[in-house]
Design a protein around this ligand. Sequence first.
Ligand SMILES: [Zn+2]
Length: 101
Amino acid sequence: MKCFTEAEKQLLLSLDPFAGDEGSLRTLEDKVVVARKSNTCSNCYAVGKAGDEERVIKDVFDGDFQTHRYCAACCMALLRDHKNGGVDDAFYMRHERAITK
Ligand SMILES: [Zn+2]
């Protein structure tokens, strides 16, 4: 399912899901794509479906190559946090809820 406008995608890509993390980070790729298969979200661990939009970030962090995928709901949360000035941390709460289940 497609749920982001071009403007939302551009805004989304300007938002850093790793804000506050420490270490050396080199981003290789950062884009919003339509998933070709079902993937697990790196933030909330929900399993998406092929055809869902997701943000994929590939980077080298402290010398290790890694790929992060964020489901549409987490991307929405990141956009919502941005609109709210980052105050309600909806994005991080999705992660917190997933790991404390
Ligand atoms: Zn997610």
